[in-house]
Design a protein around this ligand. Structure first.
Ligand code: PMP
Length: 415
């Protein structure tokens, strides 16, 4: 299946190009994924045929747009196995969803002396909202640590989560270490202490089957653009009882029931949290991305990426000049592989790799506290998706070898 790239070449025209005279090897999927033609077509079709505002008009185009927008919500609902569409709120992305929870539920429930628990591997999007809430409320922010091989330390989680904990916020998959966290176990711990759990699914939802009911998370946020959907759209899952009891995030059109001179009432879920004109085309594009992934099957997507990691990770670990972060056991490692060539700045490495057509990211990956913990300022990061192949892994290995030689000897064959 997915290990045969010819299945995908026709869907991803962007991948069929040369960069710096080399075939493009796109390994920056943790930053954003490429979009299949089906998603691009869904956007174009909407704008060419059905564009209108939703929920406002009775004319045919408004009805069509509304129908497609709500159909996209139902697709997302099924994708994460939420109990009902009303539990899926369209957002701008994971960052927006996490800020929504901190700014509404968090704002209402965290008081002075309470505790918020996150982990040291959080992306800034799932760190700063809680840090700032804790500062504002005079609450305590606690960090769950890591095991020696870079996994979430469950024993530490059991220590840090107490009866004072009001919120536990945890990434479902690290954007640096390539680990899947035991979100379900941590949710159980949180609930035993009367806390709610917020999952950051930005790096998990695109790559593994997510079942929010099985995980028993209270909130779960993710971004469309990392799962082949458009930018500027994402979804926040929340349990109905919690969302119902939570005040709106923003005020404006489309989220009200009645507006009086001096007070107002809110409409029902999920629209209570969708003030103003939403990213209608984006939601429909996200629905098309869900269709695309579902047609392949999330188990297949995960299996394909695992196959690539099984192939690549041991080869990277064999290179003594390379430092590879996160678990060394491929079975515990997702398709996000952060690494450094010892003694060479990751920005130089990424620039050298780009000369070979290999696109990777270099930087702190919006995880500065984790970088500090790893005693690194930055790393390079290769991240895979279902259209990547073993040949891409080989090109990465070759490019790393060439970069190492270039920076060691100060020269490389002119191209
Ligand atoms: N959480 C994690 C783990 C991420 O990797 C990212 C994106 N790099 C985000 C949150 C934020 O996603 P977005 O920028 O799409 O809101």
């Amino acid at each position: 299946m997915a290990s045969n790239v010819t299945d995908f070449t026709q869907d991803f025209a962007i991948l069929n190009q040369r960069v710096n005279d080399e075939p493009l090897t796109y390994l920056d999927n943790a930053a954003t994924a490429q979009k299949p033609q089906q998603v691009i077509d869904a956007l174009t079709h909407f704008y060419q045929h059905d564009n209108a505002n939703v929920h406002r008009g009775v004319h045919t185009l408004a009805e069509r747009a509304t129908e497609q927008y709500e159909a996209a919500r139902a697709k997302v609902q099924h994708f994460i196995n939420a109990a009902e569409p009303a539990e899926v709120i369209f957002t701008k992305g994971a960052t927006d969803g996490l800020n929504l929870v901190a700014g509404t539920y968090g704002e209402a429930h965290v008081q002075a002396g309470d505790e918020i628990v996150i982990s040291i591997m959080e992306h800034h999007s799932n760190l700063i909202p809680w840090q700032q809430l804790a500062l504002k409320k005079h609450a305590t922010l606690k960090y769950i640590g890591l095991t020696a091989d870079g996994e979430l330390d469950l024993a530490d989680a059991a220590q840090k989560i107490t009866d004072k904990t009001k919120i536990v916020a945890l990434t479902h998959a690290s954007n640096v270490l390539g680990t899947i966290t035991p979100l379900k176990q941590v949710a159980k711990l949180a609930h035993q202490h009367g806390a709610v759990i917020v999952g950051d699914g930005a790096q998990a939802a695109p790559h593994v089957k997510v079942d929010v009911q099985d995980l028993d998370v209270d909130f779960y946020a993710f971004s469309g653009h990392k799962m082949m959907g458009p930018t500027g759209i994402g979804a926040l899952y929340g349990k109905r009882a919690l969302l119902d009891a939570t005040d709106p995030y923003q005020y404006g059109g489309e989220m009200i029931d009645f507006v009086n001179l001096y007070d107002s009432t809110w409409t029902e879920l999920p629209w209570k949290f969708e003030a103003g004109t939403q990213n209608i085309a984006g939601a429909i594009g996200l629905g098309a991305a869900v269709d695309y992934l579902e047609a392949i099957g999330m188990d297949q997507v995960a299996a394909h990426e695992q196959h690539l990691v099984d192939y690549l990770l041991p080869k990277m670990l064999d290179l003594d000049y390379l430092e590879v972060y996160g678990p060394h056991n491929p079975a515990k490692h997702t398709g996000v592989i952060a690494f450094n060539i010892k003694g060479i700045h990751p920005h130089d490495v990424a620039t050298a790799l780009d000369m070979d057509g290999v696109a990777v990211r270099a930087g702190h990956h919006c995880a500065q506290p984790l970088m500090k913990k790893l005693h690194q300022v930055a790393t390079a990061r290769a991240s895979f998706y279902l259209y990547n192949t073993q040949a891409d892994a080989d090109r990465l290995l070759n490019a790393i070898q060439e970069a190492k030689e270039f920076f060691s000897h100060g020269s490389v064959e002119a191209k």
